[in-house]
Design a protein around this ligand. Structure first.
Ligand code: 5HM
Length: 338
């Protein structure tokens, strides 16, 4: 009897099976808000190693710079387009006022304090799990019924809610989504939500557990069909794997704040960092990797370079270097494609 979600070690394994499912046996063909898609209703999977949250598939050209930027944007409780639109210009279409994001600014819902001195919903859940470890109440709702009041709302939350459960000293996260694009949204959502999970585990001082992802409408848009086919063809031959390290135990709100100071300086081209300069900043080696990524992006966006500095690329984790080399020719090194 299979009543629980299919189990995978990494997001890459789950992603490939989800694409196969959508291509081989879609339940429906839908057209919603101008998008034609193949859809399956009611999909669920479990990841046993949520830290392995990046797909090493050349044809997918995953963008780890955006992934980390989005995760930090959430963790900082932000909703400004200024920051996230720089890393993902397409998100500008989802903003109603050109200044902020709406329902998809999940961090704004989760990490903000209603009033000065009041804990954020996220802090409330942590407090609950610290006092009653086996609690089933560690749920953070995100989608709100009020979002449907405006029929033309361009940005209705796809994330229904996040459910944090501590069992046997490990923090599991069960995520519920009303809708998920299996080729696009899914990868960035799993990346960010497992980062929030790991961040919560660090705050609670427990191990990282499993990540369970459940989707109401799981779909692949027809406009991405060609890329999906390329990804699936590559799936039969690829062998690449780069284990990603654990988030440092001392990571906290001040770490996020400190990182975002450097992020803004790089985004606004106010500073330029060498690998050496980043190595001397007051942030852990794990988070220095993210600043190296933001420096790469500064060079691509502001300097419009056709060769990103070698010292910065060499200082990167090999998996991140591999992903950048497959996405931007300016980042290709002798190990990667030219
Ligand atoms: O019409 P609708 O609001 O469902 O369009 C948004 C679509 O963006 C979703 O159906 C989903 O396919 C995708 N999406 C996602 O997969 C959007 C967001 C942003 O909220 C997300 N994941 N995080």
């Amino acid at each position: 009897m299979m009543l629980t979600a299919s189990t995978y070690r990494t997001v890459e394994d789950a992603y490939l099976d989800l694409l196969r499912l959508a291509c081989e046996g879609p339940e429906y063909r839908i057209t919603a808000r101008g998008n034609n898609a193949r859809e399956i209703i009611g999909v669920s999977f479990r990841l046993t190693d949520p830290r392995q949250r990046l797909p090493y598939i050349a044809a997918r050209k995953a963008n780890p710079i955006f992934q980390f930027a989005e995760a930090l944007w959430y963790l900082a409780g932000r909703r400004d387009l200024k920051m996230i639109g720089y890393y993902a210009p397409s998100m500008r279409h989802s903003s109603a006022d050109g200044i902020t994001l709406g329902g998809s600014a999940y961090g704004h819902t989760l990490f903000n304090h209603a009033d000065e001195g009041t804990p954020s919903p996220f802090e409330r859940v942590l407090e609950l799990l610290r006092t009653e470890t086996d609690s089933k109440r560690g749920y953070l709702p995100v989608f709100s019924a009020a979002e449907l009041a405006d029929r033309h709302n361009p940005d209705v939350a796809c994330l229904s809610g996040l459910h944090f459960l501590v069992r046997d000293g490990r923090l599991h996260l069960a995520c519920n989504m009303r809708a998920n694009d299996l080729d696009c949204g899914l990868l960035s959502d799993v990346f960010s939500f497992t980062m929030i999970q790991e961040y919560a585990a660090v705050q609670l001082g427990v191990e990282l557990g499993h990540y369970i992802h459940t989707i109401g409408s799981a779909h692949v848009n027809d406009r991405n069909a060609a890329r999906v086919q390329r990804v699936l063809s590559e799936a039969d031959v690829r062998h690449t794997c780069f284990p990603f390290p654990a988030m440092p135990a001392q990571t906290g709100p001040q770490t996020i704040e400190r990182l975002l100071v450097h992020e803004e300086l790089l985004r606004t081209n106010t500073v330029k960092y060498s690998a050496e300069a980043i190595a001397h900043l007051d942030v852990d080696a794990y988070w220095q990797q993210v600043l190296l990524l933001f420096e790469v992006y500064r060079q691509l966006q502001h300097d419009q370079t056709d060769t990103v500095s070698r010292d910065v690329l060499d200082a990167l984790h090999p998996g991140l270097r591999w992903l950048l080399g497959h996405k931007w020719t300016a980042c290709a090194t002798t190990e990667g494609p030219r």
